[in-house]
Design a protein around this ligand. Sequence first.
Ligand SMILES: C[S@@+](CC[C@H](N)C(=O)[O-])C[C@H]1O[C@@H](n2cnc3c(N)ncnc32)[C@H](O)[C@@H]1O
Length: 351
Amino acid sequence: MERKYTINEVAQMFQITTNKIRFYEKKNILHPQRDMENNYRYFTEDDIIKLQAVLVYRMMNIPIEQVKDMMVHYERENIINHFHSQWKYINDEIHRLQLIQNCLEGMMDTVYDCPALLGDSLPEQLLPFAQNMNNLYQIKNSWKDRWNFDDWATSYDVSVKNNIGRLGIYKNYERILDTVFDQSIKDKAPHSKILEIGVGTGNLAKRYLTSAFEFIGIDQSREMLNVAKQKFPNLRLRIGEFLKIPYPNNYFDIIVSTYAFHHLTDEEKEIAVAEMVRVLRKDGRIVLGDLMFENALKKEELYSTLTQDELSEMEDEYYSNIDMLKDISNRFSMNLSFIKIDRLTYIVCIE
Ligand SMILES: C[S@@+](CC[C@H](N)C(=O)[O-])C[C@H]1O[C@@H](n2cnc3c(N)ncnc32)[C@H](O)[C@@H]1O
């Protein structure tokens, strides 16, 4: 016969209050049965397993309504969707708290070192730290997918194959991906940890699948990740953005990205490079295959050869200026080298 538990027994089992269990009953998450003989409510083994899941999800800070949805719609796709949402939420929080911690660090040193504080309640000497924190927070959280990659996901590979657009940016697509792959792993030890940012439908990622490398792909578009996962079920994929990489410091040996970096403005690119350097190990390497100009002069020269339609297509994206990337890399004591693929596409290696 199936074992039955009273509410007190369940509370004791999980070291929680009976009120907490009643709260989940009220929320319609737990449904204990009533014993007809003594009219007490009792919990079955199934209820216990359910409660265990609820407590784990709550500990992971998943909102109660989402937990309820996970219990009611216990399907793989729904569960993974909730996990993705929570992963994103937790990562945003980590980045927000990290900014606060950095700000506090600077403020504390300043207060310790200042014989007298200027101004009223917020000492003047501390303002730059607050402004820096606020500025970074705004930039990191203002990026929007105005290209609508979720909608593009299922037809993206066809677009690439047909080399869509007036500029023909996908003309050398396979060659770019091959070169990024080769450059990224050159002289690197097997089992190196690799991060791809803007993994899209997994076309670059698949090149790492047959190797011994530990690969993780991130993308801001859930639909892109779904397509990539359908094509390559063994890929390890997560929601993530250039400006808030969801991994700790010094975590990867190699970072790669193709056709994604040009969705960031120059200001965002600076933060993205800082983010990549943050998660990169010492002696790590960043390889970006993307739409770029060598410098402002070369950009002018190219612009003068383009039609109005081509120019307007180009202005929908933010091509990188390699000279600017060089300056940013130098600030992190890293060197930049590049390979020109065609008039619009380059491969940049920062190490
Ligand atoms: C044009 S597709 C390129 C996909 C793939 N890398 C390739 O080479 O085919 C751009 C991809 O970058 C992703 N992306 C754009 N901006 C991003 C950002 N700020 N953070 C993360 N992913 C981003 C998009 O969601 C999309 O999947």
